[in-house]
Design a protein around this ligand. Structure first.
Ligand SMILES: Cc1ncc(COP(=O)(O)O)c(C=O)c1O
Length: 489
């Protein structure tokens, strides 16, 4: 069928999808560009506007998103993004602003920005926030730069090591390394939490701090958190809170009260803004009062009723163009105002209830490596009764046939067949029950019809791929695709 063809396959020489007015511009001689001047025509599809629109519309229908179906990715909080937030950011008063506009003409936008900074402070228990970072990992880097600057400013140059538990998200050690510091990994205990003795063993005068997410990436609340923060502080280090899992705590516990000094918040997780495939997201960084001067510039401040932009203190410099992703931040502000304090306080408890409901319902079919209640996400370690050695990958692929996105798999790395499920608070009981039914059906298929699982998915536009080939030999262009087809003969 034509609509399954690649856009290059419907291309016809000379067909165009545009018409430009006759040239109205002066002709420039661009010979000076030398080698930089293109020598051959670009390989582009020649299609009409209608062909082009149909092509991309059909591709978009093959995408799976949180608006098509259940999307239970663990460690990611893929919650619904309310449409009212989208409407707000589309209004001319926000969408068409320019960062160089005179301050007096953007007072409303600055007020929203300022009030979001304050709302995040109140929610997290940290004194001041910068909304500048573009994502969680970017926030981590900025927070670690703050940590580093703090020690340097005090002449404590030896402090270059940051402790991370072995359950940490990969971005944590990566950010530490990018920041020019060294990650020191410590083991978790048999309940999946920080091992206090292992922590004590690495604390010394070279430790700049510790990075922790709580609940951790196993979905377990670090119940010794107050002791952990005390030990690190006594050793002269700072505590960094990776806010990716803040959704579980919203309304119940504040990182600042647990003893954390620096944190980032993934607005695109906890505060319902879109993830956008690696960006544009937003990862505001908050700090306790003694670190305020190290936050990046520019900052939005208020003097009486007037909002203004300032460069303050010994900041680490500027880490993003202008103010970060303002429209993403605005969606979070709208979400907070729409829910209001009381409803916001229900987010963590409901997300936690939903994850425990899934845990209880599936624990006879999937292996639970850690007993006890979980927080907002539950981790299984593959199928429980598994005579045909069906892997977690097969279970995940089969879910796609039932119209549901797979949960996070093979993370956390502590288990061989991890399946990490985070239903979030925005899913209804019916949807969660449907998911549970499907997971049970798959567990039954694993015993009775293992080949279906091994070959799944059977109903998606692209069926089972060679994962290694797909990752290592990516085909980015039609030209590469033709070369690949030709090499196959
Ligand atoms: C625990 C944890 N930390 C950090 C990150 C990084 O956040 P981002 O994807 O916004 O860069 C993630 C993302 O999944 C995460 O789960």
């Amino acid at each position: 069928m034509m609509y399954n063809k690649l856009i290059f396959e419907i291309s016809q020489p000379g067909r165009v999808g545009y018409s430009l007015p006759k040239r109205q511009f002066t002709k420039y001689d661009i010979k000076d560009l030398g080698n930089h001047l293109r020598q051959t025509d670009a390989l582009l599809p020649e299609v009409s506007e209608l062909d082009c629109v149909r092509h991309f519309t059909n591709i978009s229908k093959k995408n799976f998103g949180v608006e098509n179906g259940f999307y239970p990715l663990g460690s990611c909080t893929m919650k619904y993004n309310p449409k009212i937030n989208e409407e707000l950011v589309k209004t001319m008063s926000f969408a068409k602003l320019h960062p160089y506009q005179p301050i007096s003409t953007v007072q409303g936008a600055l007020r929203a920005y300022y009030e979001l900074q304050n709302a995040l402070s109140e929610i997290s228990g940290l004194e001041e926030f910068s909304l500048n970072p573009f994502a969680g990992a970017h926030g981590e880097l900025v927070g670690l730069m703050v940590m580093k600057e703090y020690h340097m400013a005090r002449g404590d140059f030896k402090r270059t090591k940051v402790i991370v538990p072995d359950s940490a998200h990969g971005t944590n050690p990566a950010s530490i390394t990018v920041c020019g510091m060294e990650a020191v990994e410590i083991v978790s205990n048999d309940q999946g939490m920080v091992d206090i003795e292992a922590l004590k063993a690495v604390l010394n005068d070279e430790i700049a701090g510790m990075m922790l997410t709580n609940p951790n990436t196993l979905g377990i609340f670090e119940k010794d958190i107050v002791e952990i923060t005390k030990l690190v502080h006594e050793a002269g280090g700072l505590m960094y809170y990776d806010g990716a899992n803040l959704n579980a705590l919203l309304g119940k516990v504040r990182p600042g009260d647990m003893g954390f000094d620096i944190m980032h918040i993934n607005l695109h997780k906890t505060f319902s803004t879109p993830h956008g495939g690696g960006g544009p997201g937003s990862g505001p960084v908050g700090v306790k009062d003694f670190l305020i001067d190290y936050l990046p510039n520019p900052r939005v401040k208020k003097l009486e009723d007037y909002y203004y932009v300032a460069n303050v203190g010994d900041a680490i410099g500027q880490i993003s163009g202008y103010f970060g992703n303002f429209l993403v931040a605005l969606r979070a502000y709208s979400y907070i105002l729409n829910l209001g304090k009381e409803n916001l306080m229900q987010v963590g408890p409901l997300a936690t209830l939903n994850a425990n409901y899934v845990r209880q319902a599936l624990k006879n079919d999937y292996y639970l490596p850690i007993e006890g209640y979980c927080m907002h996400e539950v981790v299984f370690d593959g199928l429980k009764d598994n005579p045909h050695e069906i892997r977690t990958l097969d279970v995940a692929k089969r879910l796609l046939d039932y119209g549901m996105h797979a949960p996070t798999i093979y993370f956390p790395l502590l288990f061989h067949q991890s399946i990490m499920i985070e239903p979030t608070e925005t899913e209804s009981l019916q949807t969660i029950n449907d998911f549970i039914d499907v997971m049970k059906k798959i567990a039954k298929e694993a015993k009775e019809d293992p080949d279906t699982l091994r070959n799944a998915p059977l109903s998606t536009p692209i069926t089972r791929t060679d994962e290694v080939f797909a990752a290592k030999e990516m085909i980015f262009s039609y030209k590469d695709y033709l070369e690949y087809i030709n090499s196959k003969g």
